[in-house]
Design a protein around this ligand. Structure first.
Ligand code: AMP
Length: 182
């Protein structure tokens, strides 16, 4: 199940480019304008529902913070639980962490150790708004697997494919993006 050209255009046109944010040389893909547009938000969520309703998922996991918006809404539509993957130090209970490299330095994402404990060998979909270098998503998929579940797919509203973003993640996890920016 992929997007029709009309659906893709509606979503593409709703995403706003902000030049030089948060720093010089970055074109930030602002999805608040997608969320603000009921047609574009509806087309996005309906497509995600149609694609994933046959995946037999047990949970949808979202990456801090914009990934939460799509993941939590989709989990509710599919009738499954939602799991947050957060930046280090934000989750209150016992966590597992995974570090990943940034352009300068390292960052870390965490998941609650018992996030999937209600369902043995849970099937989990991972969602974020955007994949750039792929570091965040790759670390997040590892966390899902370390927490005893299986990351069956990683889904992004936007992929910056000029960065060969998905290469590392694809070695272990199938990926899907609604919009590709070449
Ligand atoms: P990365 O780990 O490099 O794939 O970065 C992905 C994370 O950074 C996601 O959570 C995105 O929300 C955010 N991000 C990176 N680059 C951009 C961008 N150009 N526009 C919007 N968000 C971005």
């Amino acid at each position: 199940m992929t997007l029709s050209n009309t659906e893709r255009r509606i979503i593409e046109n709703s995403i706003r480019d902000i030049k030089d944010f948060p720093k010089q040389g970055i074109v930030f893909k602002d999805i608040t304008t997608l969320l603000n547009d009921k047609e574009a938000y509806g087309v996005t969520m309906n497509h995600l529902y149609q694609r994933y309703k046959e995946y037999n998922l047990d949970f949808v996991a979202g990456i801090d913070a914009r990934g939460f918006i799509f993941a939590a809404a989709l989990a509710q539509m599919l009738g499954v639980g939602f799991v947050p993957i957060r930046k280090k130090g934000k989750l209150p209970y016992t966590t597992i962490g995974e570090k990943y490299s940034l352009e300068y330095g390292v960052d870390e994402v965490e998941i609650h150790i018992d996030a999937f404990s209600k369902i043995p060998s849970a099937r989990v979909l991972l969602i974020d708004d955007l994949i750039a270098t792929g570091g965040t998503a790759n670390a997040s998929a590892k966390l899902i697997n370390q927490a005893g579940a299986t990351c069956v797919e990683a889904c992004f509203i936007v992929a910056l494919s000029f960065l060969n973003a998905q290469e590392e993640l694809r070695k272990t996890t199938p990926t899907y993006s609604l919009i590709e920016v070449k």
